[in-house]
Design a protein around this ligand. Structure first.
Ligand SMILES: Nc1ncnc2c1ncn2[C@@H]1O[C@H](COP(=O)(O)OP(=O)(O)OP(=O)(O)O)[C@@H](O)[C@H]1O
Ligand SMILES: [Mg+2]
Length: 308
């Protein structure tokens, strides 16, 4: 199953367990540090590769140490990075996450993240692929305007398409998205994204507002599970019980699991359960990719939880 993902590529630097949150002019110590793969698109790509799919990643990174680091990690997972452009004029972005058990503060330098545009994808790139996925719509300022056309082109060539917008830091929730969704086969927002995009507080109202007669919308509700309104029928799947260490990337791991099952023609509820299993399993370790499962592990987990 060949899947193309276009998106952002950057590391996360996690500074873990501060005693007091840093104030201007002062220094604090943290207990632990972890440099790990960040970015929604890349975490989803690794999730799919772990499940056994053949993934090609398209992105811009800087010609710098963090770019080398991210590329090395993707290659180690067997992901084709021949469409990752090394750009000497850009710096690879980074998110610094300063955490405690109660809260976290994120500081992001976007750098190359927002630079990818439709023209960076070579003509004919879709040939040979079965599916095209994009994450972090609201961070990708240069890709957003051309994305509907890209999805349309992919679908014209027989690929299916999916989108996970992620949160909009500007909270503008651009109206362009609703139009772009016409060319999206699977849309996987979380609860606050559904609320932001549709201006509806009630998730069911939000799902109804997103119904365009084509796009399959799967809403992710964290520890409350996930739900979908499909041809007028509500399908709800509970989250699996898990010892959570860090929920970073649970949504992207869910996306990977859902798409893996959906691309194989499984019934919607089974796809949601498989996605929920991949999301839950990913929370057992720090960072987005450390504990993403392979196919066998995810299937065993779903079976072990059957009847719970
Ligand atoms: N605490 C949890 N316990 C069990 N399962 C979880 C938990 N958090 C997330 N999951 C599973 O992962 C899925 C996706 O997580 P979530 O709803 O947090 O997505 P998201 O908000 O897009 O995440 P992200 O922060 O990665 O963007 C959930 O539907 C659920 O099945
Ligand atoms: Mg998300």
């Amino acid at each position: 199953m060949k899947i193309l993902i276009a998106g952002e590529l950057n590391p996360d630097l996690i500074l873990r367990n501060y005693q007091t949150f840093p104030q201007p002019g002062k220094e604090v110590l943290v207990e632990d540090l972890l440099l790990t793969l960040g970015s929604s698109s890349a975490i989803c790509a690794v999730g799919l590769a772990r499940l056994g799919d053949r993934v090609t990643f398209a992105a811009n990174v800087g010609a710098d140490t963090y770019g080398d680091y991210c590329l090395g990690l993707l290659e180690r997972e067997g992901i084709d990075v021949s469409h990752v452009n090394r750009r000497a004029d850009l710096k690879t972005g980074i998110t610094v996450s300063i955490t405690s058990s109660k809260d976290r503060a994120l500081v992001t330098y976007p750098g190359a993240i927002s630079s990818l545009c439709a023209d960076d994808l070579p003509k004919g790139i879709f040939a040979g692929f079965r599916h095209f996925h994009v994450s972090a719509y609201f961070l990708q300022d240069a890709l957003r305007p051309g994305l509907k056309q890209l999805f349309a082109e992919a679908r014209r060539l027989g690929l299916s398409t999916s989108l996970d917008t992620g949160y909009d830091p500007s909270e503008q929730w651009s109206a362009e998205l609703i139009d772009t969704l016409r060319e999206v086969d699977v849309f996987m927002p979380n609860e606050s994204e559904i609320q932001g995009i549709t201006s509806r507080q009630d998730v069911m109202d939000g799902l109804r507002a997103l119904d365009n007669g084509h796009t399959l919308v799967v809403g992710k509700l964290g520890s409350e599970g996930c739900l979908s309104l499909h041809e007028g029928t509500l399908i709800e799947v509970e989250a699996f019980p898990v010892q959570v260490v860090d929920t970073t990337g649970a949504g992207d791991s869910f996306d990977a699991g859902f798409l893996h099952a959906w691309l194989r023609g499984n019934p919607l509820r089974d796809c949601m359960r498989f996605g929920a299993a991949c999301g839950a399993l990913s929370t057992r370790g720090l960072g987005g990719t450390a504990t993403q499962p392979n196919e066998e592990e995810a299937e065993a987990y779903v079976h072990a939880q059957a009847g719970h």
